[in-house]
Design a protein around this ligand. Structure first.
Ligand code: ATP
Length: 489
């Protein structure tokens, strides 16, 4: 797979004439379409027509006559002259996954767009595997592009670990439903990116995405922000009234970040909106309807909040029909090299990033660090490090990293081994190698059993409490879950 344009010497018309008369294109199970530089259909094979239920005489019609997101995809591919992957949704709700390549002649002239489409009905697993492959290649080639409206997509989210693959796999499936999704995970793990990716993988991808950070809104303003108000609602209100976020999200998605920060009275109103689909705008006679899809995120333990009567139980159950847990960075340390590459590229551009390396000591320290601030912390440390490089320097060493970060990892037992490197002679090196091997075994077994601690402990032949102890020693414990009592199995 490549992101650069496909260079074609073959005349597009000649290609179409031979495609039309070649039975191979009629039996090909992959949808294939060609668009002109104005976004008009030039050619579609049978699989494409069937997949999207298009008429046989579609040639000459514009992509926007039939497609919602597909339209934006083709036009973005023409504009940016880069590969664009995102779902194709027709205005009759037929769904496929499409890869769009710009066709450029040797002299650099844009000739059109070649679209390859796969139908989820052809085998969802095959479609997901293809999208994962595209994602991995995109990340490594530094070509990770945001979606057509600047939002992140699952293909752009960096990470090839089993945990991230599982997150993407479930996310793409859940995205197709209309039910709310609760995104849980520590701060800085990428919950907001997951929310954007869910929207982009949903049939509403071309519709509004309204993001609300509940922690940033004072409690007394929350109701008016979410549900809006009519003119003259209260002193200090805008004379013309204000649309609430739910109203703005009509036909699209509303994302409530830090949902755990909602005050109880607003939680009650939220539940009513979810159950009835009706919004009660302040000082408005009657109710308004809004067709929204709700996504929420939290870094708090909502179940514990329910027990403490800080979060409504009925709302919790309504929100958590689908729950996606974004794993902390230390539980997907295999993603570290990819993320490092991605963060440095974002900082200095992909050309310069290719020449920047981490020395072994830094790499070991990174692998063994607890990463309390997750990807956000990694990004900050690398940004500091890259700017601390002197002109002509290419290798990031410990002396380029923030003093606070270095002190922290020197203070933590696990990372101490990393920072001191082989300074402890043969026995130090053996201890380090042993710790490294143990960490790898723990990590691999956790991934094999999808982070199920009971199964992992059983497979390793140790008690659950010993497993937790080992995870903590090797910097793999998320601290999110409750630990079993000593002797518990
Ligand atoms: N898988 C990823 N690929 C690329 N960048 C990522 C990934 N995960 C996180 N990031 C980056 O890390 C930073 C934090 O991500 P984000 O804001 O989505 O986290 P969050 O979990 O919503 O945090 P918070 O709970 O504090 O709101 C962002 O700069 C984001 O771009």
């Amino acid at each position: 797979m490549q992101d650069s344009p496909i260079i074609c010497d073959v005349d597009v018309i000649t290609f179409i004439e031979s495609a039309k008369s070649n039975p191979f294109f009629h039996v090909l199970p992959i949808g294939l379409a060609l668009f002109s530089i104005n976004g008009r259909f030039i050619y579609c094979n049978k699989a494409y027509l069937d997949m999207f239920d298009l008429p046989e005489d579609v040639a000459g019609r514009h992509v926007s006559d039939y497609f919602l997101t597909g339209y934006r995809g083709v036009m973005e591919c023409l504009r940016a002259q880069e590969m664009v992957i995102c779902p194709s949704v027709t205005n009759t709700s037929r769904l496929g996954v499409s890869l769009r390549y710009p066709l450029v002649s040797r002299t650099g002239d844009l000739r059109g767009v070649l679209v390859l489409s796969l139908s989820p009905r052809m085998g969802r697993d095959a479609v997901l595997a293809l999208m994962d492959a595209a994602q991995t290649l995109n990340t490594w080639s530094g070509q990770c592009k945001l979606g057509v409206n600047g939002l992140c997509t699952f293909e752009c989210m960096v990470g090839g670990s089993a945990a991230m693959k599982n997150l993407r796999r479930l996310g793409r499936r859940f995205a197709l439903s209309q039910e709310p999704i609760l995104i849980a995970g520590e701060s800085g793990t990428g919950k907001e990116l997951v929310a954007q990716s869910l929207h982009m993988a949903s049939p509403r991808a071309d519709r509004p995405f309204i993001s609300v950070n509940c922690a940033a809104i004072p409690h007394e303003l929350m109701e008016s922000e979410l549900f809006g108000y009519d003119k003259g609602a209260f002193t200090g209100a805008r004379a013309e009234g204000m649309k609430g976020k739910f109203e703005l999200a009509d036909t699209g998605t509303i994302f409530l970040d830090e949902i755990g920060e909602q005050p109880l009275p607003v939680q009650a109103k939220l539940l009513r909106v979810l159950e009835s689909g009706e919004i009660q705008k302040i000082a408005h006679r009657g109710a308004l309807r809004s067709d929204f899809r709700l996504l929420c995120a939290t870094n708090r333990d909502l179940r514990a909040m329910v027990m403490q009567h800080l979060f409504r139980e009925d709302l919790y159950h309504r929100l958590s029909v689908f729950e996606l847990v974004v794993p902390p960075l230390r539980e997907r340390i295999h993603d570290l090299p990819m993320l490092v590459h991605h963060c440095i590229s974002q900082c200095v551009g992909k050309e310069r990033a290719r020449g920047i390396y981490l020395d072994d000591e830094v790499l070991r320290a990174f692998q063994q660090n607890f990463w309390r601030g997750n990807v956000r912390e990694l990004k900050n440390v690398l940004t500091y490090g890259v700017y601390a490089l002197e002109e002509g320097e290419n290798i990031l060493t410990m002396r380029h990293l923030p003093v606070r970060f270095v002190r922290e990892i020197q203070g933590s037992g696990a990372a101490g081994e990393a920072v001191q490197g082989g300074a402890g002679g043969v026995s130090g090196m053996l201890a380090e190698a042993g710790a490294h091997a143990e960490r790898k075994i723990l990590q691999d077994t956790l991934e094999t059993f999808q982070y199920n601690k009971v199964k992992t402990a059983k497979a390793l032949g140790i008690s659950r409490s010993k497993l937790y102890r080992k995870l903590r020693e090797r910097g793999l414990f998320s601290g999110h879950e409750k630990e079993p009592r000593e002797n518990a199995q």
